[in-house]
Design a protein around this ligand. Structure first.
Ligand code: S3P
Length: 430
């Protein structure tokens, strides 16, 4: 489809759907709790539906309701050992979080399970979860020595380990913590820099025996807990598209309400501010253990920045839209240490470099990042999303600025994380 072109400055107050990472975890931990949990304001997107369906296939009753006008889930948890063997293959679709977290969880369950996903997910590296799980005693098979899905898991009694992650990854960390939840003894983890910590916050708020000392995380196996009401804040990774749109389109002012501002996720706010963006963060009451705020962005002229190091894991999902901000900025932006972008839903370095070049922007690619030269006028281009929701949304925002809009090969993939994105954009654009 051809993306909308700018009709007027973007002005108004919006809400975006619930946080994707927190929704996955809320469903998983609700299913493993003793009794009923409510997940208020969950994200009803394709990725999260994969996790919900997987638990239904393992005997968990989950119903959808509306609470205070928000899409919500009622989950009948059956405790740490209550899941039943799925009779078919669990299809995780495009969702790396579903596949990796469930691999950790199911490695220690007393049954056989098979997990697969779409063509993109079947190309993504799984050894990063399989290796530590195997050292806990897991029996997991997959293509390429276990590196590629489909994965077949023959559940085993697991032992706790002491493991240092070679790369910062919340999916790997969470998979091992989920395995540790039913392993014997203590499972201890550390990572080279801090990835998103929603699992840790949720474990703490549920009362699981879990400790954190100098960046070392320890979970005690067998710690059961009751069901709980979990509120899900708006997803900063979804708000990101409107933050950048508001920053680069002259005359704009957008407020995005009730967004999760967990410091392990707010790299984009820091980077945009460093680039000269005007963003106001108004703190609200936290939701459980997660900090929440209203975010207001006003357009300004941006300048380039250098981004690398510890900022990368805290900004990891925002690079496609950050590339659009960089393309609008004066001067050049350099992104380094971001090799993980090559193994996301698509190779996001290659995909964004190709898309930006199509708009007439100069981009130099590095194995671990890119250099983008900002430019005032962009031409519309044909964009291949590679089925990647964040590439599609980023290029739709870029299309507001590019002459004639952009042509996008696949907008259906947006439903992976942000159903209603294009409709919400048109309410601001008129
Ligand atoms: C996620 C962790 C990150 C992120 C992904 C969601 C999670 O992946 O990119 O979109 O919910 O744990 P990695 O763990 O591969 O960095």
């Amino acid at each position: 489809m051809t993306t909308p072109v700018k009709k007027r400055p973007l002005r108004g107050t919006i809400t975006v759907p619930g946080d994707k990472s927190i929704t996955h975890r809320a469903v998983i931990f609700s299913a493993l709790g003793e009794g009923t949990s409510e997940v208020i304001g969950y994200l009803p997107s394709e990725d999260c539906e994969r996790t919900i369906t997987a638990f239904r296939e393992m005997g968990i009753a989950i119903s959808v309701e509306t609470v205070n006008g928000l899409p919500s889930l009622h989950v009948q948890g059956k405790g740490l050992w209550g899941l039943t063997e799925p009779t078919g293959v669990i299809d995780c679709g495009n969702s790396g979080t579903t596949l990796r977290l469930l691999t950790g969880l199911l490695a220690g369950k007393p049954f056989f399970s098979v997990l697969t996903g779409d063509a993109s997910l079947r190309k993504r590296p799984m050894r990063r979860v399989i290796d530590p799980l195997r050292s806990m005693g897991a029996e997991i098979f997959g293509r390429s020595g276990g590196n590629l899905a489909p994965l077949a898991i023959s559940g085993k009694k697991l032992n706790g380990i002491d493991y240092r992650l070679p790369i910062a990854s919340a999916q790997v960390k969470s998979a091992i913590l989920l395995a540790g939840l039913t392993a014997s003894g203590v499972t201890t983890l550390s990572e080279p820099s801090r990835s998103r910590d929603h699992t840790e916050r949720m474990l703490r708020s549920l009362g699981v025996r879990f400790e954190e000392n100098n960046g070392r995380l320890s979970i005690v196996g067998g710690s059961s807990y009751p069901g709980k009401r979990i509120e899900v804040p708006g997803d900063l990774s979804s708000a990101a598209f409107f933050l950048v749109a508001g920053a680069i389109i002259e005359g704009s002012e957008i407020t995005i309400r009730k967004i999760g501002v967990n410091p392990t996720r707010t790299g984009l706010l820091e980077v945009l501010k460093e680039m000269g963006a005007e963003i106001t963060v108004t703190p609200l009451e936290p939701m459980g253990d997660e900090p929440v705020a209203d975010l207001t962005v006003r357009s300004t002229s941006l300048h380039g920045a250098v981004i690398g190091g510890d900022l990368i894991p805290r900004t990891i999902d925002e690079f496609p839209i950050l590339c659009v901000a960089a393309a609008a900025a004066e001067g050049e932006t350099v992104i380094r240490d971001a090799q993980e972008l090559r193994v996301k839903e698509s190779d996001r370095i290659a995909a964004m470099a190709q898309a930006l070049r199509g708009m007439g922007i100069t981009v130099e690619e590095f194995p671990d990042g890119m250099r983008i030269e900002g430019k005032k006028k962009w031409k519309g281009t044909f964009c291949e999303t590679h089925g990647d929701h964040r590439i599609a949304m980023s290029m739709a925002i870029a299309g507001l600025v590019a002459e004639g809009g952009n042509e996008i090969d696949d907008v259906a993939c947006i439903d992976t994380s942000f159903p209603g994105f294009l409709g919400l954009l048109s309410t601001l654009n008129g």
